[in-house]
Design a protein around this ligand. Structure first.
Ligand code: PRX
Length: 666
């Protein structure tokens, strides 16, 4: 639906801060402010092919121009399918991120690397990045990687992670990054599912002063991946105790010097796949979310340009990992497509102390800072003294991502970090959306603490009644969030499973993309994302599937059944609680609980570890055997008065036992 001011009253919202303009080096990318946003937004909704066609021509470099900006022409999801974009066009992602800037301005910094230890970083210029990307592209070609092949990446946050991604897409191959906090088992599953034959990793990683034995995890995973031919290893720590498989393992530094500093990019078609990124859904099996090339690039480029108002000389610091979509879109692609400088930070916000982010901002004069609320909660709790003694006057935009930001955390961010002079942009989006879909435009949109505000160009959000699927029109409505039309950077499919893609996103509510989130539109038209309505828990901004954790727990030989639910946590947003019934009585339940936590750490990764394990003799089930997680959630929240009718359970008496166990243990 087009937006108009009549429905957007903005009475109790906050204007873009004046300080944003005082700190601005020139003119914002949407100089006409709110009226221009409305005009552009309405154009993007009324004629997406025209709107995005023009933007794609203006901002992307094409080897072969596209003929049709959108197929099928028109609007909306037609016949239950999504749309394809920029047909018959050809381009290369690494050319768009690197070559075109390097050719003009080779000495401009592309990457500022902040190593785990302060003062051990370095800067990589666009010219240097181009050479490294070209050399690694040739290494990969030598290893037999061809257009359309997938390459698995398991790397820490070092500049070589960016080089790797861009080298892969330079030869038309597909990157499949696995967050380096995932366990060997999770890495193995993703390598097998994506059918990757090459893995790129490091000897070890450093985070918060701790060493992680990255290559050993890869070796463990590869025990069950017979098709992996080679492992390219970047030397990060130079540990002398590195296991090595002769013939399979190759050193990055030895391979890279074999090649010349330039190799031409391999052009791909717009809709060719640029990457897979696995994410959790309602079932135990992670989905390989598959993204296009041109549409994805355009989404990352435009949102970085407009939401964050990135200008050519800006320095963007996204404190997220390249193993998640935030790292893909706003550490790598968005900043580089815009020719800006991106900060690659290897460490944690608490090392060497809680002022690390602010040290980095001051040291490099960061203009846009972007992080998940979970880090802000930690820093707020640590005390404002860590931020107060910093200048921070370079910052114009403060972004938030991954989970709802509570009003008091928003206010803290605004007051202590932004000093009232930065625009706070709470960006709502998902792995599947590729780039921001609901977010304030810096310097343009009014904001309210906790609301992601208004849709980005080309996004037509709707609130639906969860049960009937009926659209809830007007303001002051609450339901599930869906999008009425396809947009260029949305995922194209689940790797090798289009049917699952349709089942998850396009079939639940016909004619819409279903986000899986609950949301409200308030009396002034602002959107408020209320959290997942499916079995997904958001822990510290990491998306976890309860079913996946349940499958991990069952690997322990004592576990009979388990049910995993999320519960509110002050620091991590949500935390994981696992209700477990054991196959037999045990003498030492505390020990078993520890083992269960270890099992999840080992099967998935440390970040998925349950905060609470509750041993019970049975789980509440319907007569058909379905576990009633809703009851478990209510018991954990102390809402046992509102459990509803439990007499229809096959085992109603278990509820009393669960309530008293939770009271005792939780
Ligand atoms: O529930 C929403 C939450 O994170 C989910 C997407 O997770 P993921 O694919 O891992 O991507 C995270 C980084 C974009 C969403 O379905 N979410 C994301 N951003 C916000 C949010 N919830 C509230 N407010 C946000 N700004």
């Amino acid at each position: 639906m087009p937006l108009d001011n009549e429905h957007l009253l903005h009475e109790d919202s906050i204007d873009p801060p004046k300080g944003f303009f005082e700190r601005h080096p020139g003119t914002p990318n949407i100089p006409g402010g709110w009226d221009e946003y409305l005009k552009l937004y309405n154009q993007s909704i009324e004629n997406p092919a025209k709107f995005f066609g023009e933007k794609a021509k203006e901002f992307l470099s094409w080897a072969t121009p596209f003929t049709d900006a959108r197929y099928p022409p028109g609007n909306g999801f037609q016949n239950g399918d999504s749309a394809a974009w920029f047909l018959n066009g050809e381009l290369n992602a690494s050319y768009n991120c690197v070559d075109r800037h390097a050719l003009k301005n080779p000495d401009k910094p592309a990457i500022i690397y902040e190593a785990d230890e302060p003062n051990q970083g370095r800067t990589v210029t666009y010219g240097e990045l181009l050479k490294d990307v070209c050399r690694i592209a040739q290494v990969l070609t030598d290893l037999g990687v061809k257009k359309g092949d997938t390459v698995a990446v398991y790397l820490p946050m070092v500049p070589e992670a960016i080089t790797t991604l861009l080298a892969i897409v330079r030869i038309g191959a597909i990157h499949s990054v696995v967050f380096a906090g995932f366990s060997a088992g999770s890495l193995r599953d993703r390598i097998l599912d994506a059918d990757s034959r090459i893995v790129i990793t490091s000897d070890e990683s450093l985070r918060g002063g701790k060493i992680i034995e990255t290559k050993k995890i890869v070796d463990e995973a590869l025990k069950s991946c017979p098709d992996v031919r080679n492992v390219l290893v970047f030397k990060r720590t130079g540990t002398p105790h590195l296991p090595w498989v002769e013939g399979r393992d190759l050193w990055w530094h030895e391979e890279i010097i074999k090649h010349v500093p330039y190799s031409p990019p391999v052009n791909v078609r717009s809709e060719d796949t640029s990457f897979l990124l696995y994410t959790s859904g309602s079932t135990g099996k992670p989905k390989g979310i598959q993204h296009s090339t041109a549409g994805y690039l355009l989404g990352a480029l435009l949102t970085t340009k407009y939401v964050f108002d990135v200008q050519g000389d800006d320095i963007l610091f996204t404190a997220g990992d390249v193993g998640w979509i935030t790292g893909h879109s706003y550490v790598v692609y968005g900043p580089l497509l815009n020719g800006a400088t991106t900060v690659v930070f290897e460490g944690t916000p608490a090392y060497p102390d809680y002022s690390r982010y602010w040290d980095i901002v001051d040291k490099h004069k960061v203009t846009q800072f972007y992080v998940a609320p979970t880090a802000l909660r930690l820093l707020k709790r640590a005390g404002s003294k860590y931020v107060q003694n910093h200048d921070l006057s370079s910052i114009r935009v403060l972004g938030s991502v991954g989970e709802p930001i509570a009003a008091e955390v928003w206010e803290w961010y605004n007051e202590y970090v932004g000093r009232g002079k930065a625009h706070i942009c709470d960006t709502y989006w998902q792995t599947e959306t590729g780039s921001h879909i609901i977010a304030p435009i810096a310097g343009v949109s009014k904001t309210k603490p906790g609301s992601a505000s208004f849709p980005f160009f080309g996004i037509d959000p709707v609130i639906l009644d969860a049960t009937t699927g009926e659209e809830l029109k007007g303001n002051n409505v609450e339901g599930v969030l869906a999008i009425r039309n396809p947009w260029p950077s949305m995922a194209r499919t689940v790797w090798k499973d289009y049917n699952r893609f349709l089942d998850t996103y396009l079939r639940p509510y016909e004619g819409y993309y279903f986000t899986g989130d609950g949301a409200a539109r308030d009396q002034e038209g602002f959107y408020w994302v209320l959290g997942r309505v499916d079995d997904v828990v958001n822990v510290s901004g990491h998306r976890l599937s309860t079913a996946e954790i349940e499958s991990a727990l069952i690997e322990h030989n004592l576990v009979g059944e388990s049910a995993v639910v999320g519960f509110p946590d002050e620091l991590t947003g949500s935390a994981v609680a696992a209700f477990v019934s054991l196959k037999k009585d045990v003498d030492n339940p505390a020990e078993v609980k520890k083992e269960l936590i270890l099992t999840v750490r080992k099967e998935i990764g440390p970040f998925a570890a349950p905060k609470l394990i509750i041993l019970v003799s049975d789980l509440p089930k319907t007569r058909s055997g379905k576990i009633m997680r809703r009851i478990l959630r209510k018991v954990l929240a102390g809402e046992e008065d509102s459990l509803g009718d439990i007499s229809t359970l096959s085992n109603p008496s278990i509820v009393e036992e669960i309530i008293s166990t939770v009271k005792r243990d939780a």
